[in-house]
Design a binder for this molecule. Structure first.
Ligand code: 5IU
Length: 255
């Protein structure tokens, strides 16, 4: 039997985690949609359609061809209307001083609108320190990339173990991991990409598992991209993944 989201909320201090657990419970959804679209109108249309069924929206802001600040304003309107967190999948990987600038400055000013972002542990603790300076006071949270879903990923074994230690040293800001399974017994969230109900891989080495396989492995939030935004009816698919993820969670919490 796994602890319910409500039971787990009590173990965290970071306000992003409290907000996330609240949304998950209100919407009965552990679904994050990876909205990998390159035009802002298409992206906003998708978000408005799937918004009611998701707890988190995951963005790759640097793939947008027509990005502007107006886009962020409209995204935030949709966030208020549909009640979800925004996770910018930036995968920071540089030294602390540089990632702080990449996080807070430039065109995108990620720290001003993304509730959650993520980073590779590769550079060492300085990467967390740099991002923390840009995000902690704004109430943001960080996921560390403990594993990747792609074939041949080098984030395994002792690398993953070092990543967990880095998270333990930075519990005020690191809220969890991107990983395929529960990698640590501590109170860390696990966000899992590479989830599909219909496909087992793509042509670039992406490897898929079902929502149930991900949740049974200890995932807290399942990330689905093409399985939803690539479908003819995105609402039908968003509901299907929301229901599959929630059913798997309910079954796991009763076992
Ligand atoms: N993503 C992965 N695997 C990872 C990490 C991130 O697929 O290990 I870290 C991202 C890439 C894409 C989304 O934005 O998750 C998965 O999209 P598809 O469901 O379309 O494969």
């Amino acid at each position: 039997m796994v602890d319910t989201y409500t039971e787990r909320a009590a173990h965290y201090t970071n306000s992003v985690v409290q907000r996330l657990f609240g949304i998950i419970q209100r919407k009965n959804s552990n679904l994050c949609v990876a909205a990998d679209l390159t035009r802002k109108t298409a992206l906003l249309t998708l978000v408005d359609a799937v918004g009611p069924y998701i707890c988190v929206l995951k963005t790759h802001i640097d793939i947008l061809e027509d990005f502007d600040q107006e886009f962020i304003r409209r995204l935030q309107e949709l966030q208020a209307r549909h009640d979800f967190l925004i996770f910018e999948d930036r995968k920071f990987a540089d030294i602390g001083n540089t990632v702080k600038l990449q996080y807070t400055s430039g065109i995108y000013k990620i720290s001003s609108w993304a509730d959650i972002t993520n980073a590779h542990p590769l550079p060492g603790d300085g990467i967390v320190a740099g991002l923390k300076e840009g995000g902690l006071e704004k109430g943001r949270g960080l996921l560390l990339l403990a594993e990747m879903s792609s074939e041949g990923s080098m984030a395994t074994g002792s690398y993953t173990e070092s990543c967990i230690s880095m998270a333990q040293r930075n519990k005020d800001f690191v809220i969890g991991f991107v990983a395929g399974r529960k990698v640590s017994d501590d109170d860390f969230l696990v966000f899992t990409p590479g989830v599909s109900l219909d496909t087992s891989r793509d042509s670039f080495g992406q490897q898929y598992r079902t929502p149930q396989q991900a949740i049974d492995s200890g995932s807290d939030v399942i990330i689905v991209g093409r399985g939803i935004y690539g479908a003819e009816d995105v609402v039908v698919e968003a509901k299907r993944y929301r229901d599959a993820g929630w059913a798997a969670y309910l079954a796991a919490s009763l076992e």
